[in-house]
Design a protein around this ligand. Structure first.
Ligand SMILES: Cc1ncc(COP(=O)(O)O)c(C=O)c1O
Length: 459
């Protein structure tokens, strides 16, 4: 469903309660202010509901899949039920499997390890490194890197041509992000999946930035796998998900060898060991599973579903509009975009400020306004290089502007928000950008171990 369609039919949600909403942080200029967490794209704060669910379960915590005791059985049920909740959240097909991993990175590495020998992989150079790099780990995979498209249509055409040019091939996989962690722009996932399938390839959706902001429906989008991380979905307890087609996963060697993944192990007469591996999701979950992480993800899935994505999306679109309108009033600010102004997006925006070192700017937002954003290349170096127009380099000392007026910046600033963000945080951010650009920083800063820090650190 396009974002506009989701937003149209329901009213705007109130912010969902998240942990940390009352945390005060010191300002270098004196006093304290409540922390404006505007780095959701890195890790979102825990939903209060997730925290409450985990706290309520914690006394009942027990070993999963192993114990005969009551709490072990309860924990095993919760863990297995969490798969069902995630499957519902993602609109999985009946025969899809939900594997609990550590994160999106882990999920994509698992899938890379499970690909049939010689699989051809197609991936845009614009991907987060978690989607770009796992395929390099296997020498037998043939990876094709696709150039950055400048429109969603061009993305589909580029993929279509690349797939056609290399036919015939055996197994093939396309890996694509749902929403960019740099620009927040939505990718044409449904159309890319259709192009992949038309050429007999499969598609894995990196939903690390999409799932927290927008409904993801595997069956409706007709993608083969989806990967996401709990800590970006308001459930920061160390778990992630890989969900989708069972066949390649079950034909592959287990991701990790060990207990939990093995059904039967016996010594052979020749002295070796015979192993019968599970053919369920457990095949790739060797070792004691992260039951609290899985339970927390399931809790977040329920909370977001109950809050309703239509209202959440509508609210987020209002916040995006406020940030964009505010930044548009500052001529020194350039918002980075691959697909252009009108591209549908989630609440993730990166920008550069003419004459400012991005690290310096981000440090001033933190130290003088209590606003947490991120600066750098956001683990998507080729994309940020394309958007900035050159090779990423050492950004240099933060005290000095990295780029004189008219010169290109070496890294960027990213602001990101979501279901727990109050209007005031976004308003404070816009005001802070305007004040910093107009008046300059009120404090001195220096570079310490590669980070820009206030000097001195307190008033
Ligand atoms: C689009 C995208 N994919 C993958 C990842 C990796 O997620 P994780 O660090 O949770 O493995 C990120 C993290 O920022 C991301 O933004």
């Amino acid at each position: 469903m396009p974002v506009s369609a989701v937003a149209a039919d329901r009213s705007v949600c109130a912010p969902l309660p998240v942990l940390g909403r009352d945390v005060l942080v010191p300002l270098v200029t004196g006093g304290e202010v409540d922390y404006a967490a505007l780095d959701y794209a890195a890790s979102a704060p825990a939903l209060q509901r997730v925290w409450d669910d985990v706290a309520a379960y914690a006394p009942y915590y027990g070993s999963v899949h192993r114990g005969a005791g009551y709490l072990s059985q309860l924990s095993t049920d919760l863990f297995e039920n969490a798969r069902g909740t995630v499957a519902d959240f993602l609109g999985c097909r009946a025969d899809d499997q939900v594997v609990f991993t550590r994160s999106t990175t882990d999920s994509l590495n698992l899938l890379a390890a499970a690909l049939p020998r010689g699989t051809r992989v197609f991936v845009f150079e614009t991907e987060h490194h978690a989607s770009l790099l796992p395929w390099e780990h296997r020498a037998d995979l043939a990876v094709t890197y696709l150039n950055a498209p400048r429109t969603p249509r061009q993305a589909v055409d580029t993929l279509d041509k690349a797939l056609a040019a290399r036919e015939p091939y055996g197994p093939a996989l396309v890996c694509v992000t749902g929403a960019s962690n740099v620009t927040g722009e939505l990718w044409p996932v449904r159309e890319l999946a259709a192009a992949a399938h038309a050429h007999g390839a499969r598609l894995v959706l990196d939903a690390a930035q999409l799932a927290p902001h927008h409904p993801v429906d595997i069956a409706d989008l007709d993608v083969d796998w989806v990967a996401f991380s709990g800590h970006k979905l308001y459930a920061p307890f160390g778990a992630g998900v890989l969900a989708g087609r069972a066949d390649w996963l079950q034909q592959a060697e287990p991701y990790l060898a060990g207990g939990g993944a093995s059904r039967k192990v016996a010594r052979r007469t020749d002295g070796g060991v015979d192993v019968e591996w599970h053919t369920t999701a457990a095949r790739h979950e060797a070792g004691s599973p992260n039951v609290i992480g899985a339970y927390a993800i399931a809790s977040a899935c329920r909370a977001l579903t109950e809050a309703g994505f239509a209202g959440l999306v509508a609210r987020e679109q209002e916040l995006i509009a406020a940030v964009r309108a505010g930044l548009a009033e500052v001529p020194e600010v350039r918002v980075l975009s691959l697909f252009g102004e009108d591209a549908p997006r989630v609440g993730v925006l990166s920008f550069v400020v003419e004459g400012w070192n991005s690290s310096h700017f981000a440090a001033a937002l933190s130290a003088e306004y209590g606003i947490g954003v991120r600066d750098g290349l956001f683990c998507a170096h080729p994309l940020v290089r394309t958007l900035l127009g050159g090779a990423p380099q050492d950004p240099g000392e933060c005290g000095a502007p990295e780029a004189a007026p008219g010169e290109r910046s070496l890294n960027a600033i990213r602001v990101s928000f979501g279901a727990g963000t109050p209007d005031e945080h976004v308003a404070r951010f816009v005001r802070a950008v305007k004040e910093l650009v107009t008046n300059g920083a009120r404090w001195n800063y220096r570079t310490e171990e590669g980070r820009c820090v206030p000097a001195p650190s307190r008033a």
